[in-house]
Structures are given as C-alpha cells and as structure tokens.
Write a protein that binds this ligand. Structure first.
Ligand code: APR
Length: 238
C-alpha cells in the first residue's frame, strides 16, 4: 500500500496535506480525543475553548492555555513534521500544508506558508475590537492581560468552537484541495468541519495516515494504518 501511495506521490504535481492532532502525538502532545484522560481530564476543550467560557471565567481559560503553551514549548517537532518541511523545500511550490493544530510544530520544523486553520496557541489578540487606547501601550500584566484604559482583554489567537475560521486561510486550503493531485490526511479523526470537509473536496487521490479508523476512511483511496512519524518519512523521503 505504501508503494502505491509513493507512486501517486511521485506522479503528483500538486500535493495538499491536512494534518490534525495525531501529527503531534509522537512529539508528546496529547490529541484532543485522547486528552479526555489524565492531565487534561479536568478540562473539556469543548467547554473551555469557547468565547462564552472565556468571558465567563477569563483567568481559568487563560491559565488552561498558559499550561498548554508551556507544554508545547517543551516538546519538539517529530520526524513527521520534519520530513514534510524537507519535502516542501526540495519541491518548491508543490506542497501545501494545511493544519488544524495550534501547536506551531510544523512551523518550528521549518514548514513555511502553513495554512493554520485554527490559529496558533502561542499568539494572542484582543477579545473585543481594539480601540486606539488598546494598542497605545503594553497591556496590564495580569491573567489575562488587559488594556489599562478600557479593560479590553487579551485572548489566545486560536479559533474557538463556534467561531468562524480565518476566511482567507480557509479559502486557500479549499483551493489547495480542489487543485491537488494527491491529498495526505494525517492524524485527524475527521470529526470537525470545515477542516474535515477538505478531504471530501480533494480533486486528487486521498491517502489517510492514521493508526485508527477515522470518519474520513470512506473518502480515502488508500489508508496507511500507522503513525505519522514512522510512515511519513517512508512516504516522502526521496
Ligand atoms: N500518528 C497519526 N495519527 C495519530 C497518531 C499518530 N502517532 N496518534 C493518534 N492519531 C490519530 C488518532 O487516531 C485520531 O484519529 O490522530 C487523530 C486525533 O484526532 P483528534 O484528537 O480528534 O484531533 P483532530 O482530528 O485534530 O481534532 C480536530 O477538533 O478539538 C478540535 O480544534 C480542535 O483541531 C482540533 C479539531
């Protein structure tokens, strides 16, 4: 199966890659659906990763993201992240990387032009439309930081449940899916739209890389049952 996928890759002029939390699993970042156990069991992303939760309890949500930022800062990109970056460097203009992950590991592995559909956990933005006062000076150092004049809060620059995805990023991802000869769908359960929908609009062959069955398996031309950090190097290394 992997030889067949390598053949499709070799023949593909344009490759789109859609990654999810499983891409970072071998870097030690728990996936969302795994994170309901252990350390994160106390936090339910569906409850906390919302504007409503943040407005209701800004310090608790801010602290949850601070904990995740600290954890992500301590992990490293894995062989899967690295081989995607290397392949794109070796084959300019051929690979478009689309990720649902907010951990920034693709970017730290050297991938450029990453279409980060759900934003980046290490960046902040204003909760409400910023006024002149908001950007005039440093926000007050608090959890979360706030504008000392109007009280506007800083929030993580990620897409929360119920929020719109960045339209330009989504449009670029849809174009990449519709123009590709091959789409690799790596480490995603395929349960969250519109990201998961990209695999269903792929013009080319769809190859899934995942140790478990996913909601997108029926849309795949090939399913490679295994881990990203092991299978992507076998697939992408020239
Ligand atoms: N290699 C590849 N895939 C893996 C690995 C691995 N080593 N380990 C786990 N997986 C797979 C799991 O089998 C699962 O299918 O990664 C997938 C992770 O699925 P989710 O936890 O649902 O993460 P994801 O699909 O990225 O979630 C999508 O939902 O919670 C929201 O916004 C959040 O971006 C997230 C979105």
């Amino acid at each position: 199966m992997i030889e067949q996928a390598r053949g499709w890759l070799g023949a593909a002029r344009r490759v789109a890659v859609l990654t999810g939390a499983g891409m970072s699993a071998e870097s030690g970042v728990p996936t969302f659906r795994d994170a309901q156990t252990g350390l994160w069991a106390q936090f339910d992303p569906q409850q906390l990763a919302t504007e409503e939760a943040f407005r209701a309890n800004p310090t608790m949500v801010w602290d949850w993201y601070a904990m995740r930022r600290e954890m992500v800062a301590k992990v490293e990109p894995n062989a899967g992240h690295r081989v995607l970056a290397t392949f794109a460097k070796r084959h300019p203009q051929r690979l478009t990387l689309i990720t649902q992950n907010v951990d920034g590991l693709h970017q730290r592995a050297g991938s450029v032009g990453v279409l980060a559909l759900h934003g980046n956990i290490s960046e902040d933005k204003w909760l409400d439309e910023p006024k002149a006062c908001c950007n005039a000076s440093q926000p007050a150092a608090a959890r979360p930081p706030y504008c000392k004049v109007c009280g506007n809060l800083r929030r993580p620059a990620v897409v929360w449940f119920g929020e719109m995805l960045p339209l330009e990023t989504l449009a670029a991802a849809e174009a990449a899916a519709q123009e590709c000869d091959l789409m690799l769908v790596v480490g995603t359960s395929g349960v969250v739209y519109p990201a998961a929908g990209l695999a269903r609009m792929a013009a080319g062959k769809v190859v899934i890389v995942n140790p478990e069955p996913t909601e997108l398996d029926d849309a795949a031309d090939a399913v490679l049952r295994g881990k990203a950090a092991q299978l992507l190097p076998q697939l992408l290394e020239d």
